[in-house]
Design a protein around this ligand. Structure first.
Ligand code: UTP
Length: 283
């Protein structure tokens, strides 16, 4: 069985749910306290054993590249001013992992974005992490998916139960038996939903996904949907759910973003006491 060594992170979407800030700042670069969301996701990859990452970016997301690149001038100044703690924080970013970039000329959907990773991936299984789906965990969520891949030698989707009233927002999993997946129903009504387990932005797929993405027609929203590619591959290969432990935050919407900031801040020794006091005061 081939090891999962590579990850693809699509970040070329328009972020329309988070306008106006996303007019000039990619939602994936919005900070959770003082660190961009994407850095947390890269850290999750590294902690899961990923060696190489490909970002699918766009002409409007240059600061993604700037953030993960070496910043010679800043590093020199920090060193000169003896700000060694800050220097360490900045230096660490560009050394975390081998990072590559390719651009999606037009935001034609997640399926179209991931298809651009074909030559980077080659003939290996690989991970896909959505750049606006943030996880808070004890064991890295991607690592939990890799364990399922290694157990069954299969494609894997990271899933969790969601509130029954919110199934209409997600791709809902139809189980065959145990954790084996039969199908995914996109954004169903409560009545149509085959379960209340949703796919939440973490996947491991085999390279045959590219044959399916090549053949894909436009789907929901007149975009090429990654889920449609997976549904076609499901007819030929096994998919298993990884019911992961951890908390999921969709930072692509305002409430999810605010919740993530508070949850991560309450974990920080330097912030938690004052923040707790403040939250009690403003209630
Ligand atoms: P989303 O559907 O959450 O992103 O895609 P979006 O299209 O930016 O969202 P809204 O609805 O307009 O607010 C999940 C991930 O896939 C990327 C996004 O950047 C996000 O990280 N994506 C989406 C692409 O890279 N290319 C696309 O064409 C669409």
């Amino acid at each position: 069985m081939k090891k999962v060594r590579k990850a693809v992170i699509p970040v070329a979407g328009m972020g329309t749910r988070f306008l106006p800030v996303t007019k000039s700042v990619p939602k994936e670069m919005l900070p959770i306290i003082d660190k961009p969301t994407l850095q947390y996701i890269v850290e999750e990859c590294v902690a899961s054993g990923i060696e190489e990452i490909l970002f699918i970016t766009s002409p409007y997301k240059r600061n993604v590249e700037d953030h993960f690149d070496q910043s010679f001038e800043l590093e020199t100044r920090l060193e000169k001013n003896n700000k060694l703690k800050e220097l360490e924080i900045v230096k660490k970013i560009s050394k975390m992992c081998k990072i590559y970039y390719t651009r999606q000329g037009e935001p034609l959907g997640s399926g179209h974005a991931i298809k651009l990773a074909k030559s980077f991936v080659g003939n290996e299984p690989f991970a896909v992490l959505y750049g606006d789906d943030l996880m808070k965990y004890k064991t890295p969520v991607l690592k939990q998916l890799i364990e399922v891949y290694e157990k069954y030698d299969c494609n894997v989707i990271g899933v969790q139960e969601v509130d029954k009233n919110l199934v209409y927002k997600y791709g809902i999993i139809d189980f065959e038996n145990g954790d084996k997946i039969k199908s995914i129903v996109e954004k169903p009504s409560i009545e149509e939903a085959p379960s209340n387990f949703a796919g939440l932005g973490r996947y491991i797929v085999k390279p045959e996904i590219f044959d399916e993405l090549d053949k894909l027609d436009k789907g929901k929203g007149n975009e090429y949907q990654f889920t449609d590619g997976m549904l076609n591959l499901m007819k030929k290969q096994d998919f298993y759910a990884c019911k992961f432990e951890g908390t999921y935050y969709d930072i692509g919407n305002q409430l999810g973003y605010l919740k993530a900031n508070i949850a991560f801040a309450l974990d920080r020794e330097d912030l938690k006491d004052d923040l707790t006091k403040f939250l009690k005061e403003i209630k």
